[in-house]
Design a protein around this ligand. Sequence first.
Ligand SMILES: Cc1cc2nc3c(=O)[nH]c(=O)nc-3n(C[C@H](O)[C@H](O)[C@H](O)COP(=O)(O)OP(=O)(O)OC[C@H]3O[C@@H](n4cnc5c(N)ncnc54)[C@H](O)[C@@H]3O)c2cc1C
Length: 391
Amino acid sequence: MSGIKKSCDVVVVGAGIVGCSVAHALVGKGLTVVLTDAGAVGGGTTSASFSWVNATSKVNDEPYFYFNAEGVRLYHDMVEEWGPKLTGIHQTGVIAWSSANDTARTKELRQNAKLLNRWDYPAVWVDHKDLAQLEPKISFEDSAQGYFVENDCWIDVDLFLQFLTRQLHQAGAQIMEYCPALELIATEEGKVLGVETTQGRVSCGSLVLATGVHSPQVLSQITGHEGFASRFPLQQAPGLLVLTPPGGPALVHRVIYSSDSSGLHMRDAGQGRLLLAADDTDGLVSENGSVDTATQAAKLLLERTKQLISECKGVESIEQCQIKVGVRGVPNDGRSIAGPALSADGLYLAITHSGVTLAPIIGQLIASCVETGVVPEQLVPFSLDRFDTFI
Ligand SMILES: Cc1cc2nc3c(=O)[nH]c(=O)nc-3n(C[C@H](O)[C@H](O)[C@H](O)COP(=O)(O)OP(=O)(O)OC[C@H]3O[C@@H](n4cnc5c(N)ncnc54)[C@H](O)[C@@H]3O)c2cc1C
């Protein structure tokens, strides 16, 4: 393949929130970086994310919980250093509640709150009066009780990526959009030498693959090993988001996880808009599914929200809302795949669900791995070789 030849220490393939964060951490270590994407920066799954930065929902897996809590901590550090406006990080916390009549859900919330407190991630138990103070526009049942976790945040992904890419440009990194990686160049012994792209070859000592849900196919294509596409332990999990139209002041202040058994959740999205999602409607949509199915599921989300927030009744039809379907890449055991790939020396993987929460911590740890050649202790549980098919 002819074309412009470039050279750098590290190529990062995939400029979603994970790839941008990895690149940001690498330039922070003084390494030269080329970041390349098949499309536009942030145009993949990252553009269709609820973007709740949290460890609260990870209490069923202690090591993974702490990994996420580190991600959350790094976002708070960024706000401290750069401020909320520049970074788009909203330090709002989350509330989750149930009606006292729903004994099973109340028990679950109490157990979760206990664990969060034990793991130094404070959860304050709140009753109807506290909830009404925290969220005056929500109609809570009289018996409502639950928890408020202040640590959680949500981020404005567009602003956050603008912040990262500005810093990358300032540090001299090159960002190549609409430039898919085509082929990994390596020695016969498997040492990474570079990557062929549609805009020419980029020589490098290391390559980090952060191509999200597309990773099995990309790995297969760039290495020529079909096994990656057929055996890579990653599942696709579509999700539905509904963005209500602009209105008056914000309707909610925190990330809201309702008592609704559907797992309805929402957050402010600026200009009085709400971003809505639910665990059950995710199961109703697919990437290439019919528009009708997505619209029906979106209607359901809007109706449920109107029951909770009467001021939302002003949104008369779903046609006034924006509907998005995003596809998550979820490793088979629900954890991340982050660290050296087994097949080539200098090839690293950064593939995860909860990628918004985990991007900063995965970025830092992968950068440390690339710089020193040593896998940090925190990454050990997330290596690809835990999956039998890849040993
Ligand atoms: C509905 C929904 C809600 C979610 N909510 C949350 C949440 O609340 N909190 C949370 O933490 N996470 C959430 N997630 C998950 C999170 O959004 C993802 O984990 C994260 O966005 C993944 O980022 P990424 O950078 O790995 O992937 P992507 O954003 O998909 O980026 C990968 C990039 O690789 C590029 N690419 C593909 N092939 C090539 C190639 N050959 N060469 C170069 N580039 C290539 C693509 O163009 C793409 O830009 C949600 C996801 C969905 C779908």
